[in-house]
Design a protein around this ligand. Structure first.
Ligand SMILES: Cc1cc2nc3c(=O)[nH]c(=O)nc-3n(C[C@H](O)[C@H](O)[C@H](O)COP(=O)(O)OP(=O)(O)OC[C@H]3O[C@@H](n4cnc5c(N)ncnc54)[C@H](O)[C@@H]3O)c2cc1C
Length: 410
């Protein structure tokens, strides 16, 4: 059978490999001049290839619906099998304390991962065509007949696997247009949505660029004192225009949803206890260490660099002793620790997300075969599906597993 795989990222590489191993005459079409461009930049160039631990735990990182859909694929081609595949190709990996799996720290380690995959593709007989952008699909339910390439070339096929990824980082080749083609074929799609992206703020603090808030909780609420909508424990880092870092990336999807519905306010809790409890802690400190400077007390939680400005905005002198703090000053200090205000977000960019939310609705796809329901010869895998996991190697694993399943099920 002539199989065409569109998209040479993590999912498409796996799909093409497995289809070729199944004895099919397989061609992999990639718009970029080389394969795996997103793989090469992932994990800051170190490529957080997957996540360690049992498959059940990897699945638990996804939303319920996504986990249910991914279960058959992830058991068919597990995180351990990804690691083992790379090891056989000479790429050793290691697992960090937080479960994230990387190739051994060597210069160009992400490029070594792609080179390993290229050599697997070569041995299995896949024809790889890079620098070829697919511009459309030809056919109607229940069969596709061909893909149309930019420049009017037509490539007929017996089976087509779409692995064109999401819509973020368009400069890496993922422009998201294929989702529109699937919609035009009558399939249910969820519009692209930013996820794992930095969050720009209304009140940016460019002078704080590079400053980190560590080990606390980034919280999203409907307003400064309103109902809490979501929270994520982790570090954040200030950028010129807002915040980035694990906590900001993880919360970016809910933040954008709340912003679009008109009510989103962000704060950071250096301590998860209620403000009243912290006020009590401060009262105790006033008794135990009356001569301690308020700045020193605050520095137990806040980064040193912002203690001064925080005290100033609360109208408290830097050298003020704990014993001289008024009730209002105590309340204000406690609030800085339990709900440091970051303010309202500006629109979160789809383009800067590590993944894009949205994609082909999972209900349209058979979770065991990755074949699109109601179609005889169309499969979809990877980020083009409505799948978006957290930071930690989960998204690449989802792409590897669904790509593997799509290729095996041709
Ligand atoms: C900066 C960054 C860092 C990341 N770090 C990590 C990480 O460390 N760990 C992790 O798990 N995930 C990470 N991710 C997410 C992860 O890279 C993706 O979820 C994953 O690559 C998706 O794989 P995919 O094969 O579905 O799509 P992609 O890898 O995006 O591949 C899709 C390919 O299809 C091609 N294509 C698109 N349209 C066409 C067309 N019309 N014709 C021909 N070709 C086309 C594109 O050029 C692209 O090469 C990161 C993402 C980014 C942007």
């Amino acid at each position: 059978m002539r199989v065409l795989v569109v998209g040479g990222g993590a999912a498409g590489i796996m799909a093409a490999w497995r289809a070729a191993c199944g004895g099919h005459q397989t061609t992999l079409l990639e718009a970029n001049g080389r394969l795996g461009v997103k793989l090469r930049i992932s994990g800051g160039g170190k490529c957080n290839i997957t996540h360690g631990g049992p498959v059940k735990a990897v699945l638990a990182a996804f939303s319920k619906d996504q986990a249910r859909f991914l279960r058959p694929s992830m058991h068919r081609f597990t995180n351990l099998e990804v690691v083992e595949l790379l090891r056989r190709e000479g790429v050793e990996t290691y697992e960090r304390d937080n479960g994230r799996v990387f190739p051994l720290d060597r210069p160009g380690s992400a490029a070594q991962v792609v080179a390993a995959f290229e050599s697997i593709l070569g041995r299995s007989g896949v024809e790889v065509r890079c620098g070829v952008r697919v511009a459309g699909l030809e056919g109607a339910a229940p069969r596709l007949h061909a893909v149309l390439l930019e420049g009017a070339e037509r490539r007929p096929a017996d089976h087509i696997i779409l692995a064109t990824g999401g819509a973020s980082y368009p400069e890496t080749g993922t422009r998201g247009e294929v989702l529109g083609w699937l919609k035009a074929l009558g399939l249910p799609v969820k519009p692209w949505f930013p996820a794992l992206a930095p969050i720009p703020l209304n009140t940016a603090r460019p002078d704080w660029e590079g400053l980190a808030f560590r080990a606390g909780w980034l919280r999203l609420a409907v307003g400064p004192t309103g109902r809490r909508l979501a929270e994520f424990q982790g570090d954040l880092v200030f950028t010129k225009v807002g915040i980035s870092g694990p906590a900001a990336l993880e919360l970016s999807g809910p933040v954008e949803a709340a912003r679009r519905s008109g009510a989103a306010f962000l704060s950071y809790a250096f301590d998860p206890r209620p403000a009243e409890t912290l006020e009590g802690v401060l009262v105790e400190a006033q008794g135990a260490k009356p001569h301690l400077a308020a700045r020193t007390w605050l520095g137990t939680w806040l980064p040193e660099r912002i203690c001064g400005p925080t005290l100033a905005s609360a109208g408290i002198a830097e050298d003020q002793r704990l014993k001289d703090l008024t009730k209002i000053a105590r309340r204000s200090l406690a609030a800085s620790v339990t709900a440091f205000p970051l303010g309202a977000p500006r629109p979160v960019s789809l383009e800067r997300g590590e993944v894009a939310g949205g994609g082909l609705a999972l209900g349209a796809v058979d979770a065991h075969t990755l074949r699109v329901k109601g179609w005889e010869n169309l499969s979809v895998c990877g980020e083009l599906l409505d799948i978006d996991g957290p930071v930690g190697g989960y998204n690449l694993q989802a792409a590897f597993s669904t790509g593997f399943g799509a290729g095996e099920s041709v």
